[in-house]
Design a protein around this ligand. Structure first.
Ligand code: BTN
Length: 252
């Protein structure tokens, strides 16, 4: 059974922990986590630049070797966000998930997750990268200041980065173990909805060529957003997603 973080590679500085795992995935054991103090070229979803700062960020990626029959893309997208929020809530930080898997606190983004898959003849390598802003202040974000924050700037709590890392690894493992069976999929979706920042709230989704206004009513069986628009319920897939705005924030 996979144990996330049984092997840990610790780096001072790297272009991107996810890229490091990708380049070394043939050599790394299932569950290996790679943590770096600094990332010089971190990337987020939609290939956006991701800011990691030494001493201020929790920045790591981990590898899962999945066989084709156990691979569940929706599960892999949802379970890490649930684990991260669970860890933060244990520290009395009222973080929430914003669909599809951003981590929010008081209406500002404090973290994000990047899930990537790479096929091999006999298995699929899944790389999950997690970035959390722990001690950033307004100056660190420059023009993103309005929309991004850190645990320190928003909750005034000083968290030891290593302690949070160990706690997230622990929760990743317990949630992976508990829900990594299709029969448990509904239970994980329920947990995700309990931790969602905008369940049953009015949202706007900006797609490439259209804007959808509606109420976010949960996830479908693929982890896609279910949105009530008037009398109709529609499903928005996250690969067509551009950005989601809730009533509490000003942008994605
Ligand atoms: C997002 O919200 O767009 C996802 C951000 C993911 C950032 C993490 S930091 C660790 C790993 N390495 C990267 O280059 N990206 C992910």
């Amino acid at each position: 059974m996979t144990k996330i973080g049984d092997n840990i590679v610790r780096l001072e500085s790297v272009e991107s922990t996810s890229l490091y795992v990708r380049e070394n995935r043939h050599l790394l054991a299932d569950g290996t986590a790679v943590i770096a103090k600094d990332q010089t070229g971190g990337r987020g979803r939609h290939d956006k630049k991701w800011l990691s700062l030494p001493g201020k960020s929790l920045t790591f990626s981990f590898l899962l070797h999945q066989s084709a029959d156990e691979l569940s893309i929706p599960f892999l997208h949802l379970f890490p966000a649930v684990a991260v929020v669970h860890s933060l809530q244990k520290l009395h930080i009222d973080a929430r998930i914003k669909w599809p898997n951003d981590i929010y606190l008081n209406g500002k983004k404090i973290g994000g997750l990047l899930v990537q898959t790479f096929s091999r003849p006999d298995k699929i390598d899944v790389i999950i990268g997690i970035g959390l802003n722990i001690f950033h202040d307004g100056f660190d974000f420059s023009e993103l200041r309005e929309h991004a924050g850190s645990i320190w700037s928003l909750a005034g709590v000083k968290i030891e980065i290593e302690v949070l890392f160990q706690s997230v690894l622990h929760d990743l493992n317990s949630i992976y173990k508990k829900y990594h069976h299709t029969s448990q999929w509904d239970a994980l979706r329920t947990l995700w909805c309990d931790q969602c920042a905008h369940l049953n709230e009015k949202i706007t989704i900006f797609q490439k060529d259209k804007i959808v206004h509606g109420t976010f009513v949960g996830l479908d069986e693929n982890g896609f957003a279910r949105v009530q628009t008037g009398s109709e319920q529609i499903v928005i897939q996250d690969y067509e997603y551009v950005s989601l705005r809730t009533e509490h924030d000003t942008r994605n």
